[in-house]
Design a protein around this ligand. Structure first.
Ligand code: NAP
Length: 351
């Protein structure tokens, strides 16, 4: 019998799907997903369909979730046209969830928030690196601050604890999720190759040589399990990455080699624009290689590629705090990408 029951809001997102897949494969965990829409492929755990922005719907739909011990909060409302998440809406979603679940789940013991390097202002311009959990907040407000302040206050005097993880650039091989760095790189490479072009770097020259970090979705799931089941990690945030730092200029030749094409120079472009008219090329590639049917708009989120490949400064988090609690897992990021490309190929998501 499972020791814990995880409710995972945002189960169809990059983080939530990887976390649910990892926990559902372990005897200790029962998993219940939550999102507005059902995942494209039926998962091996139940999914509650609810709109967290709707307080009344939350109260009426969560009545049966009495067994939940852990809320692992991976939901996020975002703007289509901006990388800045709306503060009030994201705060209301978390509040609606807790208002509905707290009176019902009497054994609730932990609420975990997914945050990220935006906590340190990594999206706004050069910032203090490596970023540490104890760094002072930046002046500009964001939704992570609002949710953390809320959860700290809400947990006072309760039987449950809170924690937060701050990952960056989460990478997975879910074939149907477009917000995926491995898919952006692999689909861009396939289209470039089809056009007879080398694998040029689509970002800025400064970004090509700046330090960067990623985290594998399964490694992140292992870290979240560790943080939310260890008393020593309660009531605090943790940076979570693979543990190494990369420069795209070092990985790009390795990627070109993997895709069987020459590495090209930096050729800065807006992927969202440059790739917008490439659907016919992708359709040709997909037919030739017998790839799984997926509309072109869902193969790769090009604006996400632009977001990653634009900043001309280092993006670095210090993960010492998590390691000092005894979590000793890490990954070489270059190898992670190759492994994820292999898995995407095996799933017939890329040629
Ligand atoms: N992806 C990354 O590389 C990355 C990096 C650092 C930090 N993070 C953090 O990790 C967390 C999760 O990110 P993600 O990339 O996995 O997010 P995502 O791919 O954008 O997924 C968002 C999830 O939230 C659900 N959702 C949105 N609005 C909802 C609503 N009103 N009611 C119920 N569910 C709702 C979505 O499902 P429906 O649309 O079906 O409702 C989806 O499952 C966020 O806090 C993010 O800031 C992500």
């Amino acid at each position: 019998m499972a020791r814990y029951c995880a409710l995972i809001p945002g189960v169809s997102g990059v983080v939530g799907s990887g976390l649910a897949r990892y926990l559902a494969a372990h005897q200790d965990w029962e998993v219940i997903g939550l999102a507005r829409r059902a995942p494209a492929v039926k998962p091996p755990y139940p999914v509650v369909l609810a709109d967290l922005a709707d307080a009344a719907a939350c109260r009426s739909q969560f009545g049966a979730l009495t067994q939940v011990t852990h809320v692992l909060y991976c939901a996020r409302a975002s703007h289509a046209a901006s990388s800045k998440e709306p503060i009030e809406l994201n705060l209301a979603m978390l509040r609606n969830l807790l208002d509905a679940i707290e009176p019902i789940a009497r054994g609730l013991s932990h609420v975990h928030l997914l945050q990220g390097s935006k906590f340190y202002g990594s999206d706004l311009g050069p910032y203090k690196t490596p970023a540490c959990e104890s760094d002072p907040r930046i002046a500009e407000n964001n939704w992570y601050y609002a949710q953390q302040d809320f959860i700290v206050e809400r947990s006072r005097g309760k039987n449950w604890h809170w924690s937060a993880s701050r990952p960056h650039a989460i990478c997975d091989a879910e074939p149907d999720i477009a917000r995926s760095l491995p898919k952006v790189i692999a689909v861009y490479a396939a289209i470039s190759k089809e056009l007879g072009a080398p694998l040029s770097f689509p970002g800025t020259a400064e970004n090509f040589s700046a330090l960067y970090q990623c985290v594998d979705a399964t490694l992140l799931a292992q870290a979240i399990e560790w943080i939310t089941t260890n008393r020593a990690c309660a009531d605090q945030p943790f940076n979570v990455t693979n543990g190494d730092f990369i420069r795209w200029e070092n990985l790009w030749p390795r990627f070109a080699d993997y895709f069987g094409m020459p590495a090209g120079p930096v050729k800065t472009m807006r992927l969202a624009q440059a790739m917008a008219d490439k659907a016919p090329i992708w359709t040709r590639i997909a037919a030739r290689y017998g790839l799984r049917p997926l509309p072109y708009e869902k193969t790769a989120l090009w604006s996400y590629g632009d977001f990653v490949f634009s900043p001309g400064y280092d993006i670095m988090s210090d993960t010492l705090k998590l390691r000092q609690t005894g979590f000793d897992r890490g990954l070489e990021t270059g190898k992670m990408f190759i492994d994820l490309f292999d898995r995407l190929r095996a799933a017939r998501a890329i040629p």
